[in-house]
Ligand binder design. Structure first.
Ligand code: PMP
Length: 423
């Protein structure tokens, strides 16, 4: 695998597309951002025609794999009859009903396009429902790139003053954020005790910190959140953009048995097409008819909703999530033993089909996991296995035990390289 085609393509792209990538973190892929020509199942082919086992999986959406035939058929069928109509169509309710059937105790939804957008409208609903304006989030958690939540991405950024994470953000955009620590029961108790005086409208949480290490929440933490939000009139919002339709059919709410007031879904909801949704309590979401503005030209377009409906049908099939669980467990076992027998460079954390490489002695963060993963993932790419530069590993039902065995063998080989070995 020479990766030369991607090197050339990246250099050419930078002359037209600012930064050379369409979404920031892709730039950190080593040795160079990979350029794909086609993809099917668990594999991707680059511009030279070289094949890679893909664990990037578009950073989450492809829980059924690339080009899944049932999804592609559904999209193809609708695409030739209409594309976007800006008015009602049958798939609006058929896809909505399918989502509500999948998510525990979900009563209503609104459609949006991306996770970033859906988070913004979820916060708007929470503010309208409570008449308050502040939002608690957890340090390191990513909820999209929008100014009001893209803040306090570093471990130590905790407290009442959120820290912007990009140049160019308004200093006034995060004044509503309060930042707490994930799994810290006492901290959240102390904050929510005074929710009314502090004007706290919502707690926004990714229940497994998908972008910041992949952590199991403690049962006590999620239960405390649920109890305190109910007691103090705070809207509990689960950001299920990564966890939704991945760690269980009904996402984190199903897996951990805690029902939030609102949930935000994106990525896997449409199995590779652009769609997101805010799902939850009817009394909150029905405020859309009582003064809450929600809009979008492409919201609920037929092409994306055909993909949503088809994805929901696949997710409802018996055995889908036990297959993902088994694949996740065998990836964890086989790759962990390769890591352990080669100098202990790091370990894996896993919830279902989402894994995270955790380098020994370093912290994980949104922007990468430190130097050693850059070296390992770069060498793995050159050996035909594609990973995200942040160390998140996405499995799909298209991955096979053979793919995993080949991946573990490649790890064994790559970790023996002089430049990577730690002793
Ligand atoms: N929330 C979480 C947990 C995410 O991982 C992401 C995207 N990685 C978002 C929100 C934003 O979604 P999108 O990229 O579709 O705007």
């Amino acid at each position: 695998m020479a990766i030369d085609s991607s090197r050339d393509a990246y250099e050419r792209t930078r002359l037209s597309l600012a930064g050379g990538v369409s979404s920031g973190l892709r730039r950190t892929m080593r040795p160079v951002p990979l350029f794909a020509e086609r993809a099917a199942g668990a594999h991707i082919w680059d511009l030279d025609g070289d094949r890679y086992i893909d664990y990037v999986m578009a950073w989450g959406p492809l829980v059924h794999g690339h080009s899944e035939p049932h999804i592609i058929d559904a999209v193809r069928r609708v695409m030739t009859s209409m594309q976007v109509v800006g008015m009602g169509h049958r798939l609006e309710y058929e896809a909505a009903e399918a989502v509500l059937e999948s998510v525990p105790q979900a009563q209503r939804l609104v459609w949006a396009n991306t996770g970033t957008e859906a988070i913004q409208v979820a916060l708007r609903f929470a503010r309208a429902a409570t008449g308050r304006h502040r939002v608690v989030k957890f340090t390191k958690a990513y909820h999209g790139w929008q100014d009001s939540v893209y803040a306090s991405i570093d471990e130590e950024d905790v407290g009442e003053t959120a820290v912007p994470a990009s140049r160019g953000q308004s200093p006034n955009a995060h004044t509503d954020l309060i930042v707490s620590q994930f799994n810290d029961v006492e901290a959240i108790r102390a904050l929510l005790r005074d929710a009314e005086e502090r004007q706290i409208a919502a707690v926004l949480i990714d229940p497994i910190m998908s972008n910041a290490g992949v952590h199991e929440p403690t049962v006590q933490f999620l239960q405390t959140l649920r109890e305190l939000c109910s007691r103090h009139g705070v809207v509990l919002i689960f950001d299920e953009v990564i966890t939704g339709f991945r760690i269980a059919r009904g996402g984190a709410a199903e897996r951990f048995g805690i029902t939030p007031d609102l949930s935000v879904f994106g990525k896997a909801i449409a199995g590779g097409f652009t769609q997101s949704a805010v799902v939850g309590r009817a009394d909150i979401l029905d405020l859309v008819e009582d003064g809450v503005m929600h809009a979008g030209t492409f919201n609920g377009n037929p092409v994306a909703l055909a993909a949503v409906k088809a994805s929901m049908e696949l997710s409802a099939k018996p055995g889908m999530y036990s297959t993902l669980e088994e694949l996740g467990a065998s990836f964890e076992d086989e790759v962990t033993s390769a890591l352990a027998s080669n100098g202990g460079v790091g370990t894996l954390r896993r919830v279902g089909s989402l894994l995270q490489f955790v380098p020994s002695g370093e912290i994980t963060s949104l922007h990468g996991t430190g130097g050693i993963w850059s070296e390992i993932s770069g060498a793995m790419l050159e050996a035909g296995i594609a990973f995200t530069p942040s160390g998140k590993i996405f499995l799909s039902t298209a991955h096979t035990p053979d793919d995993i065995a080949e991946t573990a063998e490649t790890f064994e080989r790559v970790l023996k390289q002089e430049s990577i070995r730690v002793s």
